[in-house]
Design a protein around this ligand. Structure first.
Ligand code: AGP
Length: 607
């Protein structure tokens, strides 16, 4: 996720662009840049790091003349966070500058075609193909060039474009990434979201997918992909800036929970090619896959629990033994590792000290390391032999949600990928890929099925402790569900393998003890049902998470959370969603600081 802004009017553009980018920094902050037009020339200024570096470089914009420009703050997906990869990107003839938020899924083939046609690339980004296509299609009409360019693109994009042949104009294009037009007096704007606009205007137009806009200081023209002009009424923004940063949600955590369908889709879609899972960026060959005798997954916290969930699918489809180890333990355990070991390192931040230390220890012993990480160019990504990025976008809340679900999604895709390359899944691949592609919709269904969660939170928010129980994948999800509850609501919560309770812990079950029972795997449902009866007979109150038509569980549980019909092989990505929401609303009932829980940091860079 990145942030883009554009301005045209009578004022100096650079200071306004910089101020807008500061408001969008929560969307991405590893590099930034502006492009401003003066005397029919485009000047580009880019930095790595925060917007403050760009302000310093441009004297808060005072050193940059011109009243028309575009700006970008980046969350790297394709290409490390360097000045060359920062936006805006210039066409070879210097006539066009482009900023982009989104992912161009077919950029590799477009890049090869453009290089064959003689275009020179400065960066590793997917975005740069856009500005060269515009140059290629330009015959004096920017709108026509934009329409022809977008006809070649596959993926998501919110674009900002300026052309030195069209002084005083900025162009905006929207497809599956947010883009809003700001209507000023003698000036006009565009931005990725309203936070960058509300200080200048509260009159905005939300562009729709497939729409283009041409903005000058006194006019805004919206048109569709046929060039047909569209009229659109303005909307008045009532949010304050802080609310706008959270997209209107009360907390970043709730915003990021609700972003999960999009984040999981962004992580899956670019990696499905010709009916198979392909990790172009990973570089793990079939020969190297056949050389793997065992897999060790290592991480901390929720990333470790993601590994616990992914283990089942990887073993089932690749038949390679998988151990999941806490990084803080693995590094001191004298691990049995050799050149046949694949180490999978999971980390949202890519900067967790224990995880990095364990990774180094295992690499020193001969393991190859595959990183699953959300931050491009982070320490874990740099240390890895192979890297697969989750494309969740920046995660601001300390408690991870979309970070976890996109990590598990990558593990599921890896399971299918390994099984396919080892020739073990045959024609089941098609069904498995269909199941993966259904995950974003099923997450949305999990939202829709559980409107009762705020009421359930009122019932359970004062509990002394909560037990989460489940078997197999349900147990792995119970681990993450319990951590979510602990870290944001401060209630004591523990997850147990459901079959383990009778070996001691059941002694703690007393009258009205809340037990959250995960029952999302039909093949072991009867077993978990017997565990529910076990604890109920000792006075427990059971909140069951299961399917709507699971009448046996429905008949014994006191309260219910639901999942849609999901493939048990890939269920963790959907099962966790009601538990994230339960933890969120319990924490809200308890008046906790949900985005910044006490004692916690977003990235634990100390041991
Ligand atoms: C999860 O909600 C916590 N914030 C924490 O457990 C986190 O998952 C852990 O510290 C690992 O962080 P990483 O994914 O950035 O390595």
């Amino acid at each position: 996720m990145c942030g883009i802004v554009g301005f045209t009017g009578a004022q100096s553009a650079a200071p306004i662009l910089l101020e807008g980018l500061k408001k969008l920094e929560y969307r991405g902050y590893d590099s930034a840049g502006i492009a401003v037009m003066a005397d029919r020339k485009i000047a580009v200024h880019k930095v790595t790091g925060r917007i403050s570096n760009l302000c310093e470089k441009t004297g808060d914009g005072s050193k940059v003349p011109g009243t028309t420009g575009i700006g970008h703050t980046r969350w790297a997906t394709h290409g490390a966070p360097t000045e060359e990869n920062a936006h805006p990107h210039l066409s070879n003839d210097g006539k066009f500058a482009v900023v982009h938020n989104g992912i161009i899924e077919n950029y590799m083939s477009l890049r090869e075609e453009l290089i064959r046609d003689g275009y020179h690339f400065e960066s590793e980004t997917d975005t740069e193909v856009i500005v060269h296509l515009i140059e290629m299609f330009y015959r004096g009409d920017v709108r026509e060039a934009l329409i022809k360019t977008t006809n070649r693109l596959r993926g998501s994009y919110a674009l900002g474009v300026i052309c030195s042949e069209e002084p005083g104009k900025i162009y905006a294009v929207r497809e599956a990434s947010p883009l809003i037009l700001g209507i000023g007096l003698g000036e006009n704007y565009f931005a990725s979201d309203v936070t960058a606009l509300v200080n200048h205007t509260r009159n905005v137009i939300y562009l729709e997918d497939g729409e283009f806009a041409e903005l000058s200081e006194d006019a805004i023209r919206i048109f569709d992909c046929t060039g047909q002009v569209i009229s659109r009424k303005a909307t008045r923004i009532l949010w304050d800036v802080q609310a706008a940063e959270k997209g209107g949600y009360e907390h970043f955590m709730l915003k990021e929970i609700m972003e999960q369908p999009g984040a999981v889709k962004a992580t899956i879609a670019p990696r499905i090619k010709n009916g198979a899972i392909e990790f172009e960026e990973m570089g793990l060959s079939v020969a190297e896959i056949k050389n793997i005798r065992n897999i060790i997954i290592t991480a901390c916290g929720s990333a470790y629990y993601a590994g616990c969930a992914g283990k089942y699918a990887i073993e089932r489809l690749s038949r390679i033994p998988v151990d999941v180890e806490l990084a803080s333990e693995l590094r001191y355990s004298d691990p049995l590792i050799d050149e046949h070991t694949l180490l999978i390192v999971i980390s949202q931040s890519g900067e967790t000290a224990d995880t990095i230390a364990a990774m180094k220890e295992c690499k020193d012993r001969g393991a190859k390391a595959l990183a699953i990480v959300n931050v491009v160019g982070s320490s874990v990504a740099k240390l890895a032999d192979y890297t697969v990025y989750t494309w969740a976008g920046p995660e601001i809340a300390v408690a991870t949600t979309k970070g976890y679900t996109t990590q598990v999604t990558v593990l599921y895709m890896l399971a299918v990928f390994l099984g396919d390359k080892l020739g073990l899944i045959g024609n089941r691949k098609t069904q498995m890929i269909h199941s993966l592609q259904s995950l974003p919709r099923q997450i949305q269904q999990a939202f829709d099925l559980n409107s009762s969660i705020p009421a359930l939170a009122k019932k359970y928010h004062a509990s002394k402790s909560l037990f989460f129980i489940g078997r197999n994948t349900d147990y792995a999800v119970a681990l993450e569900g319990a951590l979510k509850m602990k870290e944001i609501s401060y209630l004591h919560a523990e997850a147990y393998a459901a079959g383990e309770l009778k070996h001691g812990t059941i002694a703690l079950i007393e009258e009205h003890q809340p037990v959250i029972a995960l029952c999302c795997n039909p093949s072991i449902m009867e077993k978990t049902l017997s565990n529910i009866v076990e604890v109920k007979s000792r006075g427990a109150e059971v909140l069951a998470l299961t399917f709507r038509n699971n009448h046996k569980i429905l008949s014994v549980a006191d309260d219910l959370l639901f999942v849609p019909d999901i493939d048990p092989l890939f269920s963790a990505v959907v099962e966790i969603v009601p538990l994230q929401l339960l933890a969120y609303y319990v924490a809200k009932e308890n008046g906790c600081d949900i985005d910044k829980p006490k004692n916690l940091a977003k990235s634990v860079t100390v041991e």
